[in-house]
Write a protein that binds this ligand. Structure first.
Ligand SMILES: NC(=O)c1ccc[n+]([C@@H]2O[C@H](COP(=O)([O-])OP(=O)(O)OC[C@H]3O[C@@H](n4cnc5c(N)ncnc54)[C@H](OP(=O)(O)O)[C@@H]3O)[C@@H](O)[C@H]2O)c1
Length: 392
C-alpha cells in the first residue's frame, strides 16, 4: 500500500433525480432454481463427515475468521451439496445450511477474481471519525468488501482507516475487495486515468479490485447529447489499459441500461466483469439480470434497502415485514437474502454497528422459492435512486 492523505466533498445531487415508472415483468423461476435445484440434502452421517472436513480445512488454510466466528453452527446437520459454491474464499463442494458467518459467500468474476457477495456501501458515509468507526465495525464483523467512488469523497478517510485497522485485525490489502468508480465529471480517455490514479492515491492502494464507470453520461452534458456515447467509450478503453497495467483487477459499469450494455459489448476487447445497478423487490431488473447471466457478467445490486429515505417504503413493505416475522429475521435481512440467494451481490450502506452485524448475518436461513417469488412479485419498477434510462 502507498500511504498519503486527501479529502474532498460531494452530494448525490450531482446525478439526475430519481424518477419512477410502471412496467411489471414478473418471473422468478429461473432466478430461484439455481439455488434450490442444485442443492441435495446429505444424510446425517454424510453431513457430519462433511462438517468435520470443512472445519478441518478451514483451520488449516489460515482463514483466521473461522475460529473466531460461529461459522459452522450446525444444529441439525442441514448441509447441502452445492457445486461451485465458494465459502470463505475456498472453492468447496459444501454449503453449510446454517450460519456461514464472517465473509459469507463469494462469486468468481469473469476475470477469475473472487468477490464477496456482501460488501459495505459507503455513499454519504463521510467524516474521519464515522468512516473509521464504520470500517472497524465491518472488519470485526467479517466484511472484506467495500464499495466507494471518487464521487463519495470518502476514499481518503477509508484509506487512512484501513492503514490503521488492517494490522490491528491481522489483515492485509490482499484480504480486501475494494471497488471504486469513475465520477461522471471525469469521463473520457485522459480524465479517466487521472481520476483512477487519484482514487488509488486517496485510498493509498496500488490497485483496485474493481473499477466501475459510475454513470453512462457525462456530468453537465444533456442526456441526449451523443458525446456521452464517445466519452464513456473512451473511459472504457482507458480502463482496459489500466487493467492491463495491473492497476485494476476487474472493470465494470454502473447504471448501464440494456442499450448501454449492448453498446459496450459491441466494442470492448475486455468484457465488463460487473454491472452495478439499483435492484430490489420494488425495482426488479429482470432483463438486465438475464443479460448479465447470459454474458457472464456479475450483477450487483445497490440500494437494496430502499436508500436512506425517512419513510422507507421498502423496509416497511407489509409483505417484507410479514416474511421477516415468519423467518424471525429483520426486513433488511430478508431484502438482502432475496438478492444473495439469487447470486446477486449486495452492498448495504450502514454506519450503525447493529445494522452492520445484521446485514452480513444472513447465511443461517434460506428463503423458500415461494417467498422469493412473492417478493419478486412486489415489483413496481420504482426507482428510489436515479434512473439512467434517458441517457443516450
Ligand atoms: N452506483 C451507483 O450509482 C450507486 C447508487 C446508489 C448506491 N450505491 C452504492 O450502494 C450502497 C447502498 O445503497 P444506498 O446507500 O442507496 O442505501 P441502502 O443500502 O439501500 O440503504 C441504506 C439505509 O438503510 C439503513 N440500514 C442499513 N442497514 C439497515 C438495517 N439492517 N435495518 C434498518 N435500516 C438499515 C441505513 O441506515 P444506518 O446507516 O443507520 O444503518 C441507511 O439509511 C451505497 O452506499 C453505495 O455504495 C451505488
Amino acid at each position: 500500500m502507498i500511504f498519503g492523505r486527501k479529502t474532498r466533498d460531494t452530494q448525490r445531487t450531482a446525478f439526475p433525480k430519481a424518477t419512477s415508472q410502471q412496467d411489471p415483468p414478473k418471473d422468478t423461476t429461473a432466478a430461484t432454481s439455481k439455488t434450490t435445484d442444485k442443492s441435495k440434502p446429505l444424510s446425517s452421517k454424510g453431513a457430519s463427515d462433511a462438517y468435520k472436513k470443512a472445519v478441518e480445512e478451514s483451520y488449516t488454510t489460515g482463514l483466521r475468521d473461522v475460529r473466531t466466528t460461529t461459522l459452522f453452527r450446525v444444529t441439525n446437520f442441514e448441509l447441502f451439496v452445492k457445486p461451485n459454491v465458494i465459502v470463505m474464499g475456498l472453492e468447496r463442494k459444501l454449503h453449510v445450511g446454517t450460519k456461514l458467518g464472517a465473509m459469507g459467500e463469494h462469486i468468481t468474476l469473469n476475470t477469475g477474481a473472487k468477490m464477496p457477495l456482501i460488501g459495505l456501501g459507503t455513499f454519504q458515509t463521510k467524516g474521519e471519525d464515522i468512516v473509521h468507526k464504520t470500517i472497524e465495525s465491518i472488519l470485526k464483523n467479517g466484511y472484506r468488501s467495500i464499495d466507494t467512488a471518487g464521487g463519495y469523497k470518502n476514499e481518503a478517510d477509508i484509506g487512512n482507516s484501513l492503514k490503521e485497522l488492517l494490522p490491528k485485525y491481522d489483515l492485509t490489502r490482499k484480504d480486501l475487495f475494494i471497488t471504486s468508480k469513475l465520477p461522471p465529471k471525469d469521463q473520457g480517455y485522459d480524465n479517466c486515468r487521472t481520476s483512477c490514479m487519484t482514487s488509488l492515491e486517496n485510498l493509498q492502494m496500488e490497485y483496485l479490485d474493481l473499477y466501475l464507470i459510475h454513470w453512462p453520461g457525462t456530468q453537465k452534458m444533456k442526456h441526449d447529447d451523443v458525446r456521452n456515447v464517445q466519452n464513456r467509450k473512451e473511459s472504457w478503453m482507458q480502463m482496459e489499459t489500466l487493467l492491463k497495467e495491473g492497476k485494476l483487477k476487474s472493470i465494470g459499469v454502473s447504471n448501464y441500461t440494456l442499450n448501454h450494455m449492448e453498446e459496450l459489448l459491441s466494442f470492448c476487447t475486455i468484457k465488463p466483469a460487473v454491472l452495478q445497478i439499483e435492484h430490489h423487490p420494488h425495482l426488479v431488473q429482470k432483463e438486465l439480470v438475464e443479460f448479465c447471466r447470459d454474458n457472464d457478467i456479475h450483477f450487483q445490486a445497490y440500494s437494496s434497502l430502499g436508500t436512506m429515505m425517512e419513510d422507507n417504503k421498502l423496509l416497511n413493505d407489509p409483505l417484507v415485514v410479514e416474511i421477516a416475522n415468519c423467518y424471525t429475521k429483520t426486513p433488511a435481512q430478508i431484502l438482502l437474502k432475496w438478492a444473495v440467494q439469487q447470486h446477486i451481490g449486495v452492498i448495504p450502506k450502514s454506519t450503525n454497528p447493529v445494522h452492520i452485524a445484521a446485514n452480513i448475518d444472513i447465511f443461517d436461513f434460506e428463503l423458500s422459492s415461494l417467498d422469493l417469488q412473492r417478493l419478486t412479485e412486489l415489483d413496481k419498477q420504482h426507482h428510489y435512486c436515479w434512473n439512467p434510462i434517458t441517457i443516450v
